[in-house]
Ligand binder design. Structure first.
Ligand SMILES: NC(=O)C1=CN([C@@H]2O[C@H](COP(=O)(O)OP(=O)(O)OC[C@H]3O[C@@H](n4cnc5c(N)ncnc54)[C@H](O)[C@@H]3O)[C@@H](O)[C@H]2O)C=CC1
Ligand SMILES: O=C([O-])CC(=O)C(=O)O
Length: 398
């Protein structure tokens, strides 16, 4: 049975909830994307910092006046993590537990989740932690949630590509998405499980088969590519990290990861050698971690950080922040491919618009890299769709 370990402490909440001065949305500043179009002043975050974030997309959005309820938002969102006892799931649970916007943190895994939940529940932050083990408890985990994050599945070992995970992870994602479709079809769905280039199309097909597909609410989490690009560029160019924002488009594997360095904010120039070196490093950063871990898995901590940022952005969008932009892999008409990662504007109902300007006026290097990634990304998308169709055919013939 699912168990709930409640922690309620008004003082804990007061310690965490920031009091934004110029904007109505509470957030913990370090996880906020720096891709907003207005200047924010966030009050004290859980790290006690005041962070000012600069404009970095071209369209200026003027925030509307807020009602009293919006100025003091409550921790009111329910977030489920599927695969919560894993390498990503555990630190991700911790970071979500620290969010002042979350009222319930529901942790699901096929094993070992009870201990993770008991442990996290002792943190004196607003959310209630609940644990759910195994398929029999999955429906209860999902009912009524606002955001579902899926890091369930096996990670790479040295020598493997992300596509080598397809045979195991495709089936895991399929079964979890079926449960999402049955229990919380309105939720934002964040897919972390690799190969993201294929698992997102699988999820879309399963949701279609169930008659509940909403392309605005299905997101492949490619935030880690942006996080890495921002870090590496800031290091290379000796820039203040919080200011740097590099859009990363395409997909989430090898050459399909395309950082648009020419679109870096603040504007910065790169030599051809720097462009080549940074692009390759960003594309191979996952492999860099896989090799350093030498068989013990792939990126977990930086991934949890990136996923928590994407959750936080989604919750701010749900709470009415009019200024939420993230790069994410979604159904898209930006190119001839049906799924493509790019910067999108996220609102209460999911993707509000796909930002096309990042693909305009790119360098020759970027234009060539964009053409070069398309065949691989197309094949990965088709592989996912074909898998979902075959599964449907097999189910129908039983
Ligand atoms: N999108 C991205 O940028 C990134 C994606 N990943 C991917 O995330 C996935 C997870 O990585 P780790 O957490 O390191 O792996 P892990 O093996 O440490 O954890 C995976 C967890 O999933 C659970 N699990 C397996 N089958 C499940 C099912 N049917 N239902 C619920 N839970 C299930 C396992 O029990 C385990 O606790 C991998 O596929 C990895 O490639 C990793 C890093 C970055
Ligand atoms: O490299 C991997 O297998 C995990 C991953 O997607 C990343 O770290 O970007």
């Amino acid at each position: 049975m699912p168990s709930a370990v409640t922690m309620t402490s008004v003082s804990a909440q007061a310690a965490l909830v920031s009091r934004p001065r110029s904007h109505g949305i509470t957030s913990y500043g370090v996880l906020k994307a720096s891709s907003s179009s207005v200047n924010f002043e966030l009050g004290s975050s859980f790290l006690g910092k005041t962070t000012s974030l600069r404009a970095s997309v071209t369209t200026r959005v003027v925030p509307k006046a807020k009602s009293a309820a919006q100025i003091l938002p409550e921790a009111s969102y329910k977030v489920a993590v599927l695969g919560a006892a894993g390498g990503i799931g555990q630190p991700l649970g911790l970071l979500i537990k620290m969010s002042p916007l979350v009222s319930e943190l529901r942790l699901y895994d096929i094993a070992n989740v009870k201990g993770v939940a008991a442990d996290l529940s002792h943190c004196n932050t607003p959310s209630q932690v609940m644990d759910f083990t195994g398929p029999a408890e999955l429906a209860n985990c999902l009912k009524g949630v606002d955001v579902v994050v899926i890091p369930a599945g096996v990670p790479r070992k040295p020598g493997m590509t992300r596509d080598d995970l397809f045979n195991i992870n495709a089936g895991i994602v399929k079964s979890l998405i079926e449960a999402v479709a049955d229990n919380c079809p309105e939720a934002f769905i964040h897919i972390i499980s690799n190969p993201v280039n294929s698992t997102v199309p699988i999820a879309a097909e399963i949701l279609k088969q169930k008659g509940v597909y909403n392309p605005k609410k299905l997101f492949g989490v490619s935030t880690l590519d942006v996080v890495r690009a921002n870090t590496f560029v800031a290091q290379k160019k000796d820039l203040k990290l919080i200011d740097v924002d590099v859009p990363v488009v395409g997909g989430h594997a090898g050459i399909t990861i395309l950082p648009l360095l020419s679109k870096t904010r603040p504007s910065v120039t790169f030599t051809d050698e720097e462009t080549e070196e940074l692009t390759k490093r960003i594309q191979n950063a996952g492999t860099e971690v896989v090799e350093a871990k030498a068989g013990a898995g792939s990126a977990t901590l930086s991934m949890a950080y990136a996923a928590a940022r994407f959750v936080e952005s989604s919750l701010r969008a749900l709470a009415g922040d009019p200024d939420v932009y993230e790069c994410t892999y979604v159904q898209s008409e930006l190119t001839e491919l049906p799924f493509f990662a790019s910067r999108v504007k996220i609102g209460k109902n999911g993707v509000e618009s796909i930002i096309s300007s990042d693909l305009e006026g790119v360098t020759d290097y970027e234009a060539k890299a964009l053409e070069a990634l398309k065949p691989e990304l197309k094949a990965s998308i088709e592989k996912g769709i074909e898998f979902a169709h075959k599964q449907q055919g097999a189910a129908a013939s039983v």
